[in-house]
Write a protein that binds this ligand. Structure first.
Ligand code: SF4
Ligand code: SF4
Length: 371
């Protein structure tokens, strides 16, 4: 299973750890064992048969937020999280995964999502203005994603409102068995469960020309992870901010007025680093806020800093995850803006949990309010 990564593993073995200083897990834990380099060096030894992927090595593989920061500094552009996902699958196949994942894996396997039977029930509470698009005939499908539906159905309402304001017809995906793209299963190492969701969704998506989602991890699944697992589709996949920015450019969306708050935009890792989508959210924000109210984190765009919520890190290493979140929030607290803005339900949720009194919002929700 690791053979297909041989070149990456060999490059890493001879690299002077160019990415080391940037890894948020390494910075939080302050130990060499969890650097991207050492993780891949260990996997190279596993590939050569020199060591077994036992519980100790598996534990290290689960200390990755999947943030791709290492790739931003890697001359070979090695996608470390993708190698690590395969290592986690190996660990699960051998029963070497950390114990605290058992409930997560079981819930996904039984309910096809990480939240269990409570997730499809959330469909009943969808805003009627959005729910009326379920089953509609259209070339365009809006895929809500499990984290948005469970934690922030208001983001789904906002995306629906934005599409309606642009005069678009669209359908909403609401099949209880495929409300999740499968990323949480992939991160846990239960990749078979992800592949099952992927195959079912590929059958759905083949009926649409375009699928829009507001979740960067769903987008990464559809465009990167599914093909890595042999599931290719011809459908065009777009993030909501990408789509909204193009609608603004074409004059199909005309926000009425601007906000007065000072904000900081946090780039979601998958959006910025897998897809390079960092100007589009800023384009939308420039239409909604005066330029002087837009404050940047010093680590931004494709060199942003992780929120700490990715890669199931809050389940497998909660103290590390919290330290990463706090590190990201340090600069926010220093600059004292009125609101943190992002374009990912998981980032928003992670910040909300760490700082419940902090105002955090989603780009499209802010846009929809002005339409
Ligand atoms: S993906 Fe992020 S957390 Fe994982 S090894 Fe790379 S920099 Fe570290
Ligand atoms: S991921 Fe790239 S930069 Fe980091 S150690 Fe490996 S080869 Fe070097």
């Amino acid at each position: 299973m690791l053979k297909k990564f041989t070149q990456d593993l060999v490059y890493c073995a001879y690299c002077p750890k160019l990415c080391r200083f940037a890894c948020p897990v390494t910075n939080a834990e302050r130990r060499e064992t969890v650097t991207p380099t050492v993780k891949l060096n260990l996997l190279d030894l596993v590939r050569k048969g020199a060591v077994d992927l036992d519980e100790d090595i598996a534990e290290i593989m689960y200390r990755c937020a999947g943030c791709l920061t290492c790739r931003a500094y890697c001359k070979h552009r090695i996608d470390v999280p993708s190698v690590i996902e395969h290592a986690r699958e190996l660990a699960v196949n051998r029963g070497a995964e950390p114990e605290q994942l058992a409930r997560h894996i079981e819930t996904f396997s039984e309910s096809r999502n990480p939240y269990g039977p409570a997730l499809p029930k959330k469909l009943e509470g969808l805003d009627p203005a959005l729910a009326k698009h379920i089953g509609a005939k259209s070339d365009t499908l809006y895929f809500i994603g499990c984290a948005t539906l469970f934690h922030y159905p208001g983001i789904a309402t906002a995306i629906g409102r934005m599409l309606e304001a642009a005069g678009m017809d669209f359908a909403v995906h609401a099949d209880a068995e495929t409300l999740c793209c499968g990323t949480p299963a992939l991160f846990s190492g239960a990749a078979d469960d992800m592949r099952q969701n992927a195959k079912r969704l590929a059958e759905v998506f083949k009926n649409y020309k375009t699928v829009i989602t507001g979740c960067p991890s769903c987008l990464a699944s559809f465009k990167i992870k599914y093909p890595q697992h042999g599931i290719e589709m011809k459908t065009r996949f777009l993030h909501s901010t990408e789509f909204a920015a193009s609608l603004l450019r074409e004059g199909k969306l005309k926000p009425a007025g601007q906000y007065g708050e000072r904000i900081m935009y946090h780039d979601p890792c998958h959006l910025a680093k897998y897809f390079g989508i960092y100007e589009e959210p800023r384009e939308i924000l420039r239409a909604l806020f005066p330029a002087e109210n837009l404050i940047e984190f010093s680590w931004n765009r494709d060199k942003n800093y992780c929120c700490g919520g990715g890669g199931l890190l809050p389940v497998t290493a909660p103290r590390t995850a919290k330290a990463i979140t706090n590190k990201r929030l340090e600069q926010f607290v220093e600059r004292k803006p009125d609101m943190l803005v992002t374009a990912c339900p998981t980032c928003q949720r992670t910040f909300h949990r760490a700082a419940p009194d902090m105002k955090a919002a989603d780009v499209i929700s802010l846009l929809a309010e002005k339409l």
